[in-house]
Design a protein around this ligand. Structure first.
Ligand SMILES: [Fe+2]
Ligand SMILES: [Fe+2]
Length: 271
């Protein structure tokens, strides 16, 4: 079997022109996101995110991966207009079933359910019996050799905890049942979670994945990283921020199976 080629992108942080919008327009719910934008310099740092993302989409076309993995924080604030703009750029890949995505904390700030509303047609599970009321975990079966599992790591008690991230015991139990399902046996399973091992219950996630034929992909840290599989711990990929100046880029990963893969860190425009 030839290896399956993936591109892993993350943390695009597409933003509206928040400089022109009052703080009251994003309410209390948006306060944390606005502090990051205005106080921590993200408004300026990600001002070219849309242009950078357009370049990366051209790279994706050139590298022609079998599938693209997008591990959350598509937007700055989770504003429906930001999510719709990202949806428009992703439509060709989504309609070709060549992209799988999960939400990040930033996709939740203004409206906790907007992500699912905008991307509903593309979050459907091939094994819906494992999905909870919000649709997670969802499973995509890719050919005969690959399965993708999408998790929601924003199951926190309030907006101020979004940065920390949490999957919750119920979702982790469902994930374990998915991984035990005979329809996944013989496949390499790529698990997508925005916070991944960084979440409050990241250690519990790693425990569920221990000894399984899994590769874990996450975002959130904005640091592009690869911790190769060790003992019974799976390969861990941090997608970094694909659009953040100085950190821009993505992973190109050719996967033979969950242990044997080749990963290349690329910057936009690199051939
Ligand atoms: Fe992020
Ligand atoms: Fe994040």
């Amino acid at each position: 079997m030839p290896p399956v080629r993936f591109i892993h992108v993350s943390d695009i942080h597409h933003q509206l022109d928040w400089k022109k919008r009052t703080w009251s327009s994003s309410g209390l719910q948006g306060a944390l996101g606005r502090i990051e934008l205005h106080g921590f310099g993200r408004l300026k740092r990600f001002s070219e995110a849309a242009t950078q993302w357009a370049r990366i989409l051209e790279d994706i076309e050139l590298h022609a991966p079998d599938h693209v993995l997008l591990t959350g924080d598509l937007t700055a604030m989770g504003h429906p207009e930001e999510l719709e703009a990202m949806h428009a750029t992703l439509r060709p890949l989504l309609e070709a079933r060549r992209l799988t995505l999960v939400p990040g904390n930033h996709d939740r700030y203004l409206d906790a359910r907007a992500f699912e509303r905008v991307f509903s047609a593309h979050l459907a599970s091939d094994l819906p019996e494992y999905a909870d009321a919000h649709g997670y975990p969802f499973v995509k079966l890719l050919g005969d050799d690959v399965a993708l599992v999408g998790l929601d790591s924003t199951r926190v008690a309030g907006v101020m905890q979004y940065f920390v991230g949490r999957l919750g015991a119920d979702q982790l139990a469902s994930l374990a049942r998915v991984l035990d399902d005979p329809r996944l046996s013989g496949r390499t399973v790529h698990v997508l979670s925005h916070h991944g091992p960084l979440a409050k219950d990241g250690p519990a996630l790693l425990k569920v994945l221990h000894g399984r034929s899994v590769v874990l992909h996450h975002g959130h840290s904005h640091i592009r990283s690869w911790r190769p599989a060790e003992n019974e711990r799976p390969h861990l990929f941090g997608g970094g921020s694909s659009t953040e100046p100085g950190r821009e880029g993505f992973w190109l990963v050719d996967v033979e199976n969950h242990r044997t893969l080749e990963a290349t860190r690329l910057v936009p425009g690199q051939r």
